[in-house]
Design a binder for this molecule. Structure first.
Ligand SMILES: [Zn+2]
Length: 209
């Protein structure tokens, strides 16, 4: 077996989706011909996270670019900052427009999302004034996140792939296959929950009960 196909613990790995071979998700992912360009700014801690969900965007979208974005490394921040014109940031800032309310003629050509924990996203945002200067769009989740294997501070926090799919659904409602990306994401979560006796994690308590 090629050395590159096993990890340091000797487990067979899939280096396309960066998961152990037994949990490879590649076969679940079908290509989606999205029109809106998607740029994922990935915190370096997220790159090899076994439950990271940017892999579904990277492998499933035709128009996607993954850029590492480390607040501790100015060079990576500078590389990440070169965004194409007409890019909107998917982030719930106070002045963000709800993506469902944007008429077709005003829809952005590109969206940028941050891939990382809530804490990572804040550290990237703090180090990136160019990101804070972008027009923001927000999504209003119709359902709580199905990301039952990692903790987020609030129930309305979505995983990266859930946020991308929700945004693309609103921006290009005729695009086929977006639900398939969520099916692949759910299959990963289901496999993980089935294999881990301490999962799923309890949902965060709603702030307003
Ligand atoms: Zn794979």
């Amino acid at each position: 077996m090629d050395a590159r196909s096993t990890d340091i613990r000797g487990r067979a790995m899939c280096y396309r989706c960066f998961k152990v071979a037994a949990a490879c998700v590649c076969g679940d992912i079908l290509q989606v011909a999205n029109r809106t360009g998607v740029i994922v700014l990935q915190h370096p801690r997220e790159r090899h996270h076994p439950f990271g969900t940017a892999r579904f965007a990277r492998l499933g979208l035709e128009r996607v670019e993954l850029r590492e974005c480390s607040p501790k490394h100015p060079a990576s921040m500078a590389r990440a900052s070169a965004l194409p014109p007409d890019t909107a940031f998917v982030y719930p800032s106070p002045d963000a427009r709800d993506v469902e309310d944007i008429p077709p003629s005003e829809r952005p050509a590109h969206i940028v999302v941050v891939d990382g924990t809530w804490h990572h996203a804040h550290s990237i945002l703090h180090a990136a004034p160019w990101l804070r200067a972008l027009p923001c769009v927000r999504i209003t989740p119709r359902h709580p996140s199905e990301y039952r294997v990692r903790r987020e501070p609030r129930g309305e926090c979505l995983s990266t792939i859930e946020a991308i799919v929700a945004t693309l659904r609103a921006l290009e409602p005729d695009t086929q296959g977006l639900d398939g990306l969520l099916d692949a994401f759910r299959a990963m979560i289901d496999r993980q929950v089935a294999a881990s006796p301490c999962l799923p994690l309890p949902r965060p308590t709603p702030r307003e009960a």
